[in-house]
Ligand binder design. Sequence first.
Ligand SMILES: Nc1ncnc2c1ncn2[C@@H]1O[C@H](COP(=O)(O)OP(=O)(O)OP(=O)(O)O)[C@@H](O)[C@H]1O
Length: 217
Amino acid sequence: MIEFDQVSKSFWTGTRRKVILEKASFKVELGRSLGILAANGTGKTTLINMMAGLEKPDEGTVRRSCRVSFPLGFMGGVVPRHSARENARYIARLYGLDPDYVEAFCRWLAGIGEYFDMPVGTYSQGMRSRFTFSLMLALDFDIYLIDEGMPQTTDAAFNRRAGEILRERLERTTVVIVSHQPEVLRRFVRQAAVLRDGRLHLFDSLEEARELYDYEA
Ligand SMILES: Nc1ncnc2c1ncn2[C@@H]1O[C@H](COP(=O)(O)OP(=O)(O)OP(=O)(O)O)[C@@H](O)[C@H]1O
């Protein structure tokens, strides 16, 4: 479970305080995937980063009582001067997993050929997203955090392999996905929420959330 207890977060823009959350309390429970709708610039990435523990609240507490992923596409844990192989093995050890398994899984799924043994800093944007997405799927989390849907990759074979694994994984794990597009959420979740004015409004269905979101838009 991820639990937000009276969490406040805002940024000072130089002229005013931009409020992301204002004393917000809510839970993400295992087995109940959640889609969060929010307009651009209202705090989707900040919210996901707080769930991952990458960003701290100004006030209140965020508790995690299960294995929560880093946000999909996040490069923070990957060292650019090391190869995908070295990064995969290092991160496997951090998570207490078999480095041979994690390396083999990522090598197969990412499909970046000999680049797997070259520094990540030399990869194209697409190769980088394929590698970090593979790493995320190799680590087997209880809750997956996704910011704005799947990484955009033009590699059809990768999209097919990754899509199949993700679908199979979704049957037994929980996903939190933030997006400004209801259509993106529909593929992943039934329960949805709207982030607005520093509050997270929770609904039992995406349709109900959409009513509030569309009304606001
Ligand atoms: N470190 C920071 N300092 C000041 N303002 C920030 C900081 N981080 C984010 N913001 C502001 O807070 C707001 C929310 O940012 P965030 O990236 O979470 O939004 P988002 O909904 O993911 O945006 P987008 O849809 O454009 O990706 C934005 O107005 C952004 O400019």
